[in-house]
Design a protein around this ligand. Structure first.
Ligand SMILES: [Zn+2]
Ligand SMILES: [Zn+2]
Ligand SMILES: [Zn+2]
Length: 215
């Protein structure tokens, strides 16, 4: 079968092959769904019921920052296409709150093309180079609103169940809160605990980045 099917022609990469009681399971790691389908068809032609094809398409979410507002969604898409050689990605555009003439794009795509974008860390859209980073979401606890663990592993005694999540005071819910946001973790006014504005969140993301850089 391996002589009959040309992986390169289909743009398909094989990640793993398992044989169990004469049946073959092939796990794919490729960029395009189209290639997977061709490969699946070819395996069916060669092996019939004896072969199964699985696709492991892990996804990553990237942030592309500081895109000039003059660039359309189409411009952004074609810039991404040029680097990744794929059209299968989702894109969401956000207005940059601090710089109104810039936009941010949230791009969700398969792991392989995502890594291609992350390698250079830059993408040229229109006349400007935009920064590409991976969107990292640290685990967040819904019991104490701290980052770095989930509620089932929570050991904090100071949990938020009876408190307002906006100002951390007892006796009212966040929807009826009249106070300024107050983060109990930082003991500081101006932001709510458990949000991206909290320095604890930023530190967590930095730590994940550092960890990823180590081999
Ligand atoms: Zn917790
Ligand atoms: Zn409150
Ligand atoms: Zn905080």
């Amino acid at each position: 079968m391996q002589q009959n099917i040309n992986l390169d022609d289909m743009g398909v990469q094989v990640q793993r092959i398992n044989i169990n009681r004469g049946a073959l399971t092939i796990k794919l790691r490729s960029k395009e769904e189209e290639g997977d389908n061709k490969f699946r068809q070819a395996v069916a032609n060669n092996l019939g019921e004896q072969g199964t094809v699985e696709t492991a398409r892990k996804k990553k979410t990237l942030i592309v920052r500081r895109i000039d507002i003059i660039n359309t969604e189409e411009d952004i898409k074609s810039a991404i296409q040029e680097i990744t050689k794929t059209t299968s990605f989702e894109i969401k555009l956000l207005v940059d709150k601090r710089r109104r003439y810039k936009r941010t794009a949230i791009v969700t795509l398969a792991e392989a093309p995502a890594l291609e974008m992350l390698t250079s860390g830059q993408i040229k859209i229109g006349w400007t180079s935009c920064k590409v980073m991976e969107l990292l979401t640290p685990p967040k606890c819904y019991r104490c609103y701290d980052f770095g663990h989930f509620a089932d592993k929570c050991v904090n005694t100071d949990h938020m169940k009876t408190k307002c999540i906006r100002c951390c005071e007892e006796g009212h819910r966040a929807v009826e809160c009249q106070n300024l946001p107050n983060c109990y973790q930082c003991d500081k006014e101006g932001h709510t605990a458990g949000t991206m504005a909290c320095p604890a969140y930023k530190k967590m993301v930095e730590d994940i980045r550092k960890e990823q850089k180590q081999p």
